[in-house]
Ligand binder design. Structure first.
Ligand SMILES: N[C@@H](CCC(=O)N[C@@H](CS)C(=O)NCC(=O)O)C(=O)O
Length: 279
């Protein structure tokens, strides 16, 4: 059926055969599908994740904290394979009712603190350890603005542009145009913001850079969705320069590898429990 012929029925029903990549894990209902306890390691911080852009934000921050010598930021990172539906296990749903990676459990508090939504996890860890988040109220507001901007804009990149350009079972011009326009507008927002400063909030590298790098760095440096040419990503020169600067950091290199079960064997770190896992 083409999109022109489609008339929505009175009541929407779930068409399980809709097709498209990841259709097998999409459901219109929340909650666990099966009983499964989460593994727990020796550190206070237990991360359950996968090295997608949303996952990488958190592992980059944890590795940056460790790079600074914050020993309490040691963590166990367990692999949640979303293609296999691990996000619908009962233990995972207990710490993230939204069934999406990343999710964090901090066992240093009593009772343990669960945190879900990558932006909330970045904020929680930055505040807990006192790094990568300005303390001055105006600067903190700027940092939180860019962090929230990332959280609000990523679905247009991933769920909008990426879905219709790369994953949908058919190419729908209207949808691709709508989301390509928005993806390019978002890149231009960043391009202008980075014209006169090295990082989003000025001279200091913050959680706002980590969050935005994970998505926009993937777009301008790693040809995510095979759309580098289509979106002319190289033309956003300030974004490319900023993403390259961030990617040159050793902690970012490590953070990108944690919970990555794909890619060249020597770069994969499916689970991370100590610095030795990177060797
Ligand atoms: N707003 C959430 C989005 C998380 C998200 O979309 N995670 C994806 C992977 S990048 C996921 O777990 N998808 C599994 C599913 O949708 O079932 C965040 O930033 O934490």
């Amino acid at each position: 059926m083409s999109e022109q012929e489609y008339t929505p029925p009175k009541v929407w029903t779930w068409d399980k055969e809709s097709g498209g990549r990841f259709a097998n894990i999409n459901r219109p209902i929340a909650g666990a599908t099966h009983d499964k306890e989460l593994p727990v390691g020796e550190h206070a911080l237990q991360l359950y994740s996968l090295a997608t852009p949303n996952g990488v934000k958190v592992t980059v921050l944890l590795e940056e904290l460790l790079e600074l010598g914050v020993k309490e930021a040691e963590y166990d990172a367990w692999l949640i394979n979303i293609g296999d539906g691990n996000q619908f296990g009962s233990g995972f749903v207990d710490i993230n009712p939204n069934s999406k990676i990343p999710a964090l459990l901090d066992r240093s508090t009593n009772p343990p603190t669960r945190v879900f939504e990558s932006g909330a996890i970045l904020f929680y860890l930055a505040e807990k350890f006192g790094h990568f988040l300005p303390t001055d109220p105006s600067q903190r507001a700027e940092c939180m603005s860019w962090l929230m901007w990332q959280m609000g804009s990523a679905p247009y990149i991933g769920g909008g542009f990426g879905h219709f350009y790369a994953y949908a079972p058919m190419k729908i011009e209207y949808c691709i145009n709508r989301y390509a326009m928005e993806a390019k507008r978002l890149l231009d927002v960043l391009e202008r913001a980075l014209a006169d400063r090295p990082y989003l909030c000025g001279d200091d590298y913050t959680i706002a850079d980590m969050a935005n790098y994970a998505w926009y760095g993937a777009l301008v440096l790693h040809n995510i969705y095979d759309a580098a040419e289509f979106l002319e990503v190289a033309s956003y020169e300030n974004v490319v320069r900023w993403a390259r600067d961030i990617e040159a950091r050793p902690a970012v290199d490590r953070g990108r590898r944690v919970n990555r079960p794909w890619g060249p064997e020597e770069t994969r770190v499916p689970e991370r429990h100590s610095a030795a896992d990177f060797k």
